[in-house]
Ligand binder design. Structure first.
Ligand code: UD1
Ligand code: UDP
Length: 372
């Protein structure tokens, strides 16, 4: 190849943008690459503040989000939108991140156009198609469509090897979520939420997984309310995802509870700094399982299975299940056992050292060098 390699990064949800932010900055520093950005706008209000924090300007914005969108809506709109963008840009490679509808449809569009795909955050698996749903299918499909795979850990690489991916196409890099913390977390941060929590142990809650909507989410939130109401030194903060199915349940269960505060989604600097000052995180999110341990904050995962088993093995994560009973038991046993809390807080985070973006950029350079 002559001249810089043209990369097109495609992403559209909040977590993809957080994790792409530092990677785009690293790629743009290198002469080897010309970087173009297509945001799908699968998220809108939750995406735009992240772009601002990381200084990302989109060359294309498919603006696909609709209130109450279905998987059909997102997949179709991204696929059709990407057809136009790929015809216009003709990139040498498309970068997608993780396991969202955007990543799946973005990879599929590139596959149809015979443009190689690089999959960042590759190899995460539960081997259960229903958990998380539809993400397990998306990430496995993206693997099939990808030419190069950036696995955050050795375990993720091993999953890919077992599935027959060529070892020469896999790079173990850590997760760029940790790189992002260097941008967002500040030593001298303060705000009104932290003032409200001052003097209490703060439990930071997020929950939005599709398979947990309805009764499981209701049970989880009841468990949190009970645990907080029983302990005068505990408060919980829940920045509620904008999916109306999440907000309805959150307000129905938690309104009127003084020790549990609901807010809208927080922009990433505010969120990361509150997370850094929390006593523990209780979540069904993916990204928080990687980020919180880097801030020495234990994570209780409201799932029955996690695609991040390294964190459980390292002692930074514990599975809390998805029922009121299991979440209450996991939460109260950690709140009431300072030694266990201390051990989790001290465990070493397996998801990276904050230099994943550099390794991914090196991997891409090597990939294209071998093709010159
Ligand atoms: C998506 C991803 C999920 C990821 C999550 C991160 C898929 C299938 N799911 O799920 O893997 O963990 O993002 O948050 O790709 N909404 C807004 N404004 C926003 C964002 C969402 O109003 O900025 C509302 C809309 O009504 C939308 C709904 O939330 O219909 C659901 O959004 P969607 O992207 O379809 O699914 P998520 O549950 O966010
Ligand atoms: N996050 C944020 N504001 C919030 C909640 C989360 O900035 O109110 C960040 C969080 O630090 C992480 C990412 O968003 O980087 C996680 O997104 P989400 O939980 O929506 O998705 P998942 O990781 O489950 O795919």
């Amino acid at each position: 190849m002559n001249g810089p390699v043209k990369l097109l990064a495609v992403f559209g949800t909040r977590p993809e943008a957080v994790k792409m932010g530092p990677l785009l900055a690293e790629l743009r520093r290198r002469e080897a690459f010309e970087v173009r950005v297509c945001v799908t706008g699968q998220h809108r209000e939750m995406l735009d503040p992240v772009l601002r924090v990381f200084g990302v300007t989109a060359d294309h914005d498919l603006d696909v989000m609709r209130r109450g969108q279905s998987l059909f809506d997102v997949t179709e709109a991204v696929l059709r939108g990407m057809e136009r963008v790929l015809d216009e840009e003709r990139p040498d490679m498309v970068l997608v991140y993780g396991d969202t509808a955007t990543a799946f449809a973005g990879a599929l569009a590139s596959f149809y156009k015979k443009i190689p795909v690089a999959h960042v955050e590759a190899g995460l698996r539960t081997y259960d198609m229903a958990r998380p749903w539809p993400e397990e299918m998306y990430r496995r499909s993206v693997t099939l469509m990808s030419a190069v795979h950036f696995a955050p850990t050795r375990e993720a690489k091993d999953n890919l090897l077992r599935e027959g991916v060529d070892a020469g196409r896999i790079y173990v890099t850590g997760n760029t979520a940790i790189d992002a913390l260097a941008v967002t977390v500040k030593s001298d941060y303060g705000n009104s939420i932290l003032d409200w929590a001052a003097g209490s142990r703060l439990v930071l809650v997020t929950a939005h997984r599709r398979e947990n909507l309805g009764a499981p989410l209701e049970g989880m939130l009841r468990a949190i309310r009970r645990a907080a109401e029983e302990r005068p030194d505990v408060k919980a903060l829940y920045p509620v995802h904008l999916n109306p199915a999440v907000g309805g349940t959150a307000h129905a269960v938690l309104d009127g509870c003084e020790r549990v505060r609901l807010t809208g989604p927080l922009e990433p600097v505010e969120f990361a700094n509150i997370m850094a000052r929390s006593y523990l995180v209780l979540t069904d999110s993916g990204g928080l399982q990687e980020e919180a341990p880097s801030l020495d904050v234990p994570v209780l995962v409201m799932r029955d299975k996690t695609e991040r088993p390294e964190g459980v093995a390292a002692g930074t994560l514990r599975l809390a299940g998805t029922t009121e009973r299991s979440v209450y038991a996991a939460l109260t046993s950690l709140l009431d056992d300072p030694a266990a809390h201390e051990a989790m807080a001290r465990a070493v985070n397996p998801y990276g050292d904050g230099h994943a973006s550099r390794r991914i950029a090196d991997g891409l350079e090597e990939y294209f060098e071998t093709r010159r």
